[in-house]
Structures are given as structure tokens and as C-alpha cells.
Design a protein. Structure first.
Length: 106
């Protein structure tokens, strides 16, 4: 497990160092319980949350600590994926991202 964590740390650093304006959005497949055992992951998510670039992430339904902290941020919108809404979510997320881009400086 530790090796897989170390392997993606340089990738995260490379992405976070990109020139402003060259990234439209960041995507995280999951902020889950296992990911929260990696301090580098938590630090990267904090940096992404503070960045001016939109972040789209899946996050564990349950979990405390960092998971709860992210969900409770005033700048985070949590949408539960269900069978009823999962087909419409890509378009809905796309609309949110387009709206975010229109309100960004530059």
C-alpha cells in the first residue's frame, strides 16, 4: 500500500504546479477512508480546495475526520449519486463547471 501512495505523489505535485489558466477542472475518483491514511493525499486535496480551479470529486458516503471536514466546507456542494439521478449527473456537473468558468477571472 505505501508504494502505491508514493507512486502518485509526483503526479499530484506536477498537476498542482501547472500554470494558472491551463487547467479547467480537477477530478478525484474518490476521497475515501483508505485515501485518508495518506497525508500527501490530504494535503493535495486541501490545496485543490483552495485553488481557483473547480474540483469534482467522489467522496465516501460515510466517514469522519477529513471526509466530514470536506463535506462540511461552505464552498463544497455535495450531491448524492442515486439510481434515479446518476444518468443526469454528467450534464448537471458540466453545467456547473461551465458556470464556474464564466465567473472565473481571466
Amino acid at each position: 500500500m505505501a508504494l502505491s501512495r508514493i507512486a502518485w505523489v509526483p503526479l499530484i505535485e506536477e498537476e498542482l504546479a501547472r500554470t494558472p489558466g491551463t487547467v479547467d477542472a480537477y477530478l478525484i475518483d474518490e476521497i475515501g477512508k483508505m485515501e485518508c491514511h495518506c497525508p500527501q493525499f490530504i494535503e493535495a486535496v486541501y490545496r485543490l480546495l483552495e485553488a481557483p480551479v473547480p474540483l469534482v470529486a467522489s467522496i465516501a458516503l460515510r466517514g469522519g475526520g477529513f471526509i466530514t471536514e470536506v463535506k462540511n466546507r461552505p464552498d463544497v456542494q455535495v450531491v448524492e449519486v442515486t439510481h434515479a439521478n446518476r444518468d443526469e449527473l454528467p450534464a448537471r456537473i458540466g453545467e456547473c463547471l461551465r458556470g464556474s468558468a464564466q465567473h472565473s477571472p481571466g
